[in-house]
Design a protein around this ligand. Sequence first.
Ligand code: MN
Length: 209
Amino acid sequence: MNEHYKFVNDPLPYAYNALEPYIDEKTMRLHHDKHLQTYIDNLNNILKDYPDLQKLSLEQLLVNIDRLPAAIQVPVQNNAGGVFNHRFYFFNMINTNIKQPVGLLAVNIKRTFGSYEEFQGRLTAAALSVFGSGYAWLVTDRNGILKIITTPNQNTPLAQNLWPVLIVDVWEHAYYLKHFNVRADYIKNWFQVINWNWANNNYISCIGR
Ligand code: MN
């Protein structure tokens, strides 16, 4: 995955229809090829006149928003955030038989939330609570302490020194074609396509960052 200007839209790590019947092919095509592409194009366009900033990675841009030229702080937040969040979202899904947490992440989800079911209920409630557009996340700090948070628009947890473990996109474009206005059904289906191996590897690599 390319992490610096000029950003490109890498293909999905699976076929557009791979998440059927939980998330439909048409939504995935539009979400990846149109929505994410727009954030990438906008971000490249914003950075084209700032050669110094072109050396920064996506993560570095997002962590240093406050130090960027004032005129581009909001557009970079919105569009670099849009790229980061969507890449993370697409990678945190897969269609497999593994429907429960694995490894150290499984141990610490149980320790933190009591059970997988309790965790699922808490993340679902957070995702339902997002008013307007945004995301719900399972995040960790560098000590491996897990927490559920929400962010509005294209904000990320990076600025709070938190690293994402899982993300669920609850912008309407993520579910409206298949699930219409019923966000709860989409969230239920999203739980069926979580890439738990990826999430666990990601969690382990975040600890001590
Ligand atoms: Mn989206």
